[in-house]
Design a protein around this ligand. Structure first.
Ligand SMILES: NC(=O)c1ccc[n+]([C@@H]2O[C@H](COP(=O)([O-])OP(=O)(O)OC[C@H]3O[C@@H](n4cnc5c(N)ncnc54)[C@H](O)[C@@H]3O)[C@@H](O)[C@H]2O)c1
Ligand SMILES: *[C@@H]1O[C@H](CO)[C@@H](O)[C@H](O)[C@H]1NC(C)=O
Ligand SMILES: *[C@@H]1O[C@H](CO)[C@@H](O)[C@H](O)[C@H]1NC(C)=O
Ligand SMILES: *[C@@H]1O[C@H](CO)[C@@H](O)[C@H](O)[C@H]1NC(C)=O
Length: 420
């Protein structure tokens, strides 16, 4: 339903976000001539008149507030985060207009700065610092901007943390998705691409996981995402909504921009809940002494857990394909994985080769709540969106990510280490 986004970007003069938009003149300057006094009086009067409408210092409407034929404007929530920043980069490269909303609770302003330096032209990229848990702020953002579609990435996303702080998860996943959906409904934004997860399936009996596999999530993270999916699906079924919805259930995301512009940089305090790739890189960097592999007695070929690792470049490609195929009144639900499971041992070997570091590995008993084997059946997304994973060489994905990690060993780091 979005057939017109292929045209070139059309930069127009207008307001794009900057951190220092303060350009009031000093009202206390002494007028030397009567004419100047009159002028000031006149301007003040005009200002008062305008104050009855929007405030008098308000600028002319920004390009972001206008639906422009041939330009698809996408709101990317969580665009300062790992996947959202990669998605924004791809959208910008494909000539979409992008607004990122993020409150930087977990993302990085450094990622935003990289994107801004790559796409500085007016009307391409706008960053709005806001909290999606604040319905008034979200409503204002939708009122002031003309979005054609929303990619909703913003969330908290650590299974372990979700069992320790379930309310944080229901609040920031389920609650915030409701806020976004209400704003979309109120402002007639009709296309939603939603970031869901294989954690909504829980521990299925049969592998691989298809989209028909029953969803019985076993942790608050998976449950919060499942609830958000249900809210979206119920709303999309209601006659009035006429929404185009694409729900993408990602498997384990790895890798980073092949050109080394963006990477994955979670907050240091999240390390303990972290994902396996982050732990491997931390071990290779010497930030942690080694890797702890939990569980070697699973019923798998080498006894360690099996997961389906999807490269972030392929993942964002799936988002763009989903956006281009989204149709009013229809819902698409897709697994996004390679279809091939890899064991933790395989992963660790690939990581050792990719980093060139002989990472120390210690084996521990199973971690409660981990399931032996999870991998996707991506047949539906292959068939319906003509999407297949291209970056399926684990070692190569990890090598690309490692290249970024090595150069950014404190993430996007202190401002002086950044490109701008
Ligand atoms: N990384 C994975 O392996 C994986 C797997 C499956 C699904 N997902 C989903 O993908 C999405 C993105 O994950 P990620 O790995 O990029 O996470 P991330 O933590 O790197 O990014 C999330 C971003 O959302 C922002 N955010 C969170 N709460 C917010 C709020 N209330 N208001 C504004 N901004 C807020 C954070 O600041 C951060 O920039 C999430 O929805 C996650 O559940 C990720
Ligand atoms: C981000 O949003 C959360 C609510 O989801 C809020 O509690 C937190 O204080 C915000 N963080 C910042 C830095 O604004
Ligand atoms: C999430 O929600 C909780 C409330 O349960 C809040 O305290 C927290 O700051 C929120 N934001 C994040 C990013 O966790
Ligand atoms: C599917 O994708 C392939 C490779 O990306 C492309 O060559 C082919 O033309 C596409 N097929 C359709 C029907 O769009």
């Amino acid at each position: 339903m979005l057939p017109t986004n292929r045209s070139r970007p059309q930069p127009r003069p207008g307001r794009s976000w900057s951190f220092s938009e303060m350009d009031f003149s000093d009202p206390k300057r002494k007028p030397r001539y009567l004419s100047k006094i009159l002028m000031v009086a006149l301007l003040t009067a005009m200002c008062v008149v305008m104050l009855t409408q929007p405030p008098c210092h308000r600028r002319s409407p920004s390009v972001f507030s206008i639906h422009e034929p041939g330009v698809t404007h996408v709101l990317v929530t969580g665009g300062a985060g790992y996947i959202g920043s990669h998605a924004a980069l791809r959208l910008l490269k494909d000539s979409f207009r992008v607004t990122i909303v993020d409150n930087l609770s977990r993302g990085n302003i450094g990622a935003i700065k990289v994107l801004q330096s790559l796409f500085p032209e007016p009307g391409r990229l706008q960053f709005i610092y806001a909290d999606l848990g604040d319905p008034k702020a979200v409503n204002r953002i939708f009122a002031e901007n003309a979005f054609d579609a929303v990619m909703h990435f913003a969330a908290v996303a650590y299974v372990g943390e979700s069992t320790l702080e379930p309310l944080r998860y229901y609040h920031n996943i389920t609650g915030n998705t409701l806020v976004v959906l209400e704003a979309m409904a109120a402002h007639s934004v009709k296309t939603l691409i939603y970031s869901s997860t294989c954690a909504t399936y829980g521990e299925p009996e049969k592998m691989p996981i298809t989209e028909e596999t029953p969803q019985f999530p076993i942790n608050p993270y998976g449950k919060a995402k499942k609830m958000a999916e249900d809210i979206i699906l119920d709303f999309s079924k209601s006659k009035k909504s006429d929404m185009a919805v694409m729900i993408l259930r990602y498997f384990n995301v790895i890798g980073s921009d092949p050109k080394g512009r963006l990477g994955e940089a979670p907050r240091p305090e999240l390390r303990e809940h972290g994902r396996i790739s982050g732990a491997c890189f931390d071990a290779a960097l010497g930030v942690i002494p080694g890797l702890k592999v939990k569980g070697t007695d699973y019923e798998t070929a080498d006894g360690t857990c099996i997961r389906d690792y999807i490269d972030v470049t392929d993942l964002v490609d799936a988002h763009v394909k989903a956006l281009n195929k989204a149709e009013r009144g229809k819902v698409g639900i897709y697994n996004v994985g390679t279809g091939k499971g890899r064991s933790v041992k395989e992963f660790v070997e690939a990581c050792k080769k990719a980093t060139g570091v002989d990472i120390k590995v210690d084996y521990y008993p199973r971690r409660p709540g981990d399931y032996a084997e999870v991998y996707s059946d991506p047949a539906r997304i292959n068939r319906e969106l003509n999407w297949t994973a291209q970056h399926t060489d684990l070692q190569e994905s990890l090598r690309v990510a490692w290249t970024w990690q090595k150069k950014h060993n404190s993430g996007y780091g202190p401002p002086q280490a950044m490109i701008l």
